[in-house]
Design a protein around this ligand. Structure first.
Ligand code: NAP
Length: 280
């Protein structure tokens, strides 16, 4: 079994982004907006700042109070939309309950939507036009490519149908000519469907969901999830030891999809900067 090393690949991607960004007349700029005190979100925002530093980007961070109103947040997004030096705007999700997440996503200029969550970018992905791809599924595609796993003609199964992972993942695999099945909480006999997969992507958030008997011999298995097990350790959906016995390729958690998600955010921000400087 080959362990797909997302950490190592993400370092390569970021080095490439850094070299490319250094050639631009103006360095890429990313604004990250955090509302409230969610500790996990705080960690993500800090790592994004670090990634920006590594890539030679300009970055700004807005840490807004939990009680920030919808109007205040939209006002900040509008200001960032107008800023020449800001190429990418990322509002860290989830937002506190009283805020309308979808309205905030839709307020971001699609040309600066480096998360790829705006309906314009989601629509562009659906119809196969250029836009910004959501970072996590795009990172998975880069990892498959790095390990020469060509989806064309393969059976791919995606577990999970969220707008940020499952659905765009399925569309990207379809774009690359896989025959794709999307599973979710109402799918009967999940194990039987998964056993047909040459490429199996799990994006659910349930420890131990994917067991060894659900995996076809020689499959490529990608574990998107980030869970905590009973000991509080970070883990995915996949029973790593059991699935490693069957699969040809497998991503670890941590060190798999997570770092690639971060690297694609840097790629998207670079792309936004290039497009806004008419260089792409
Ligand atoms: P989400 O919005 O909660 O979606 C979870 C999906 O899993 C839903 O479509 C749900 O089905 C499905 N599901 C739940 N229980 C299931 C079951 N027993 N069998 C089959 N499907 C089931 O989560 P998300 O935002 O897509 O994230 C998924 C996981 O990926 C989480 O662990 C998250 O932390 C992780 N994640 C990681 C990264 C990264 O960078 N590595 C990025 C984003 C997310 P229904 O639609 O029927 O409810």
């Amino acid at each position: 079994m080959t362990r797909m090393d997302g950490k190592a690949l993400s370092e390569k991607v970021k080095a490439r982004v850094r070299a490319d960004a250094a050639r631009l007349p103006r360095r890429p700029g990313l604004a990250v907006v955090l509302v409230g005190n969610d500790p996990a979100s705080r960690v993500y925002v800090t790592s994004k700042r670090k990634d920006c530093e590594e890539c030679g980007f300009y970055s700004e961070e807005y840490a807004l109070l939990e009680e920030t109103s919808q109007e205040q947040l939209l006002e900040l997004v509008e200001t960032l939309n107008r800023r020449e030096d800001i190429d990418g705007i990322l509002v860290q999700l989830p937002l506190p309950k009283h805020l309308n997440e979808q309205a905030v996503i839709e307020a971001i200029d699609p040309a600066k939507d480096v998360d790829g969550f705006h309906p314009v970018n989601a629509g562009n992905l659906l119809i196969g036009r250029e836009g910004f791809l959501p970072c996590t599924p795009a990172g998975v595609m880069e990892m498959l490519e790095e390990y020469h796993i060509d989806p064309a003609g393969k059976r791919a199964v995606v577990i999970g149908r969220s707008n940020i992972v499952g659905k765009p993942m399925a569309l990207l695999l379809l774009r690359r000519d896989a025959t794709v099945t999307v599973c979710h909480s109402k799918t009967p006999d999940l194990a039987e469907v998964c056993r047909q997969a040459d490429i199996l992507v799990s994006a659910v958030g349930q420890v131990g969901l994917v067991t060894g008997d659900m995996v076809k011999e020689g499959a490529a298995v990608v574990d998107v999830a980030m869970n905590r097990n009973r000991e509080g350790k970070l883990c995915g959906d996949v029973d790593f030891a059991a699935v490693a016995e069957k699969s040809a390729f497998l991503t670890p958690v941590p060190g798999g999809v997570g770092p690639m998600t971060r690297a694609v955010l840097m790629e998207n921000t670079l792309l936004a900067a290039k497009r806004r400087q008419n260089l792409a």
